[in-house]
Design a protein around this ligand. Structure first.
Ligand code: SAM
Length: 305
């Protein structure tokens, strides 16, 4: 009896080992992660992803300025934050394909530090763009009002893929002779400038949820289209309200994302499964159950159905 048990254990052990080996092999393939959102710390997810495997990385992290997500804040000492930001950028670059593009959105000071202390050396090139918007908050008597964010565009080689036709804007001077010639040669318009004007997501906007800090979908859509085509793989580092992931789904880009907060994670899954934002996730001060967070664990669905 005892012997049999030991024997069975040995068989189980061998089978388990084989199964684990197979599982580990599968997990080394990027396919395993596609069209999934993970409820976990992005640093943990990044470490599992294979090198040179995604076409675009889009990062809109917590900016370390005391924002409260529900009742949580991720704010730390500035130097510690920059250390974390550098680790995030380094691991992200490992996962990015040589032909890929990475965009990091943040306030100018945070992006300046990560750029000078790390990205300038690690990347083939870094471009600094600006998103400008009108704002009713942040006015102070002794300095100009902050009404822009920095977007760092990082590339690993000179062979980054970029699709001007996906984002071309109408020429400003369509009657100019050279422009007429350009258009006759098939040009779809001019390359957008490196500053972008998009309104902040307003409380009354259709895309607004109870999430504390959303990026306007028109902006993320433009960035996504600029450097990816259908079926390309996009890693959205911070799921947030799911706004960028929803754009990936609409544009037929494959996505991978993580969100550390369970109530936002649940909203993302619901949003993707139902194709709309349920009323219970709308910004509503009476909706205290959501504001506090729910403990319901939703299934991990096939998000592309
Ligand atoms: C600035 S918000 C992203 C908002 C998003 N761009 C949108 O439009 O909805 C940052 C998000 O990252 C999440 N977060 C913070 N630290 C994280 C971490 N270490 N790993 C994964 N998610 C994290 C927060 O809960 C928050 O939802």
């Amino acid at each position: 009896m005892n012997y049999k048990l030991i024997n069975n254990n040995r068989i189980n052990f061998k089978l388990n080992k084989k199964y684990l080996q197979m599982e580990n092999k599968v997990k080394k393939n990027i396919e395993y992660y596609l069209n999934q959102v993970y409820l976990e710390d992005i640093m943990g997810l990044l470490k599992k992803l294979p090198s040179n495997s995604v076409d675009m990385i889009y990062g809109d992290p917590d900016y370390n300025v005391g924002i409260k997500y529900g009742n949580k804040t991720y704010t730390k000492n500035f130097d510690e934050y920059i250390e974390w930001y550098i680790k995030l950028a380094a691991e992200s670059l490992r996962v990015l394909k040589d032909t890929g593009n990475m965009f990091l959105i943040n306030y100018p000071k945070q992006n300046a530090h990560v750029r000078v202390k790390f990205l300038d050396k690690a990347c083939h090139e870094v471009y600094d763009y600006v998103w400008v918007y009108n704002t009713n908050v942040g006015h102070t008597p002794k300095r100009f009002t902050t009404a822009h964010r920095s977007i760092l565009h990082c590339i690993k080689t000179k062979n980054n893929k970029f699709y001007k036709d996906n984002v071309a804007l109408p020429y400003k001077n369509p009657t100019d002779k050279r422009i007429i010639q350009n258009m006759a040669n098939g040009s779809k318009g001019r390359m957008p400038y490196d500053w972008f004007y998009y309104d902040l997501v307003k409380n009354v906007s259709k895309e607004k949820t109870f999430h504390a800090c959303q990026i306007p979908q028109k902006l993320s859509e433009m960035l996504l289209k600029s450097c990816t085509m259908p079926e390309d793989i996009v890693l959205i580092l911070f799921g947030g309200s799911g706004s960028e992931i929803e754009i990936c789904k609409t544009l037929n880009r494959k996505f991978i994302s993580s969100e550390i907060d369970e109530k936002y994670y649940n909203m993302i899954l619901d949003r993707l499964n139902n194709g709309k934002i349920d009323e219970k996730y709308r910004l509503n001060i009476n909706n205290r159950e959501i504001q506090r967070g729910t403990s319901t664990i939703l299934r991990q669905p096939d998000l592309l159905k």
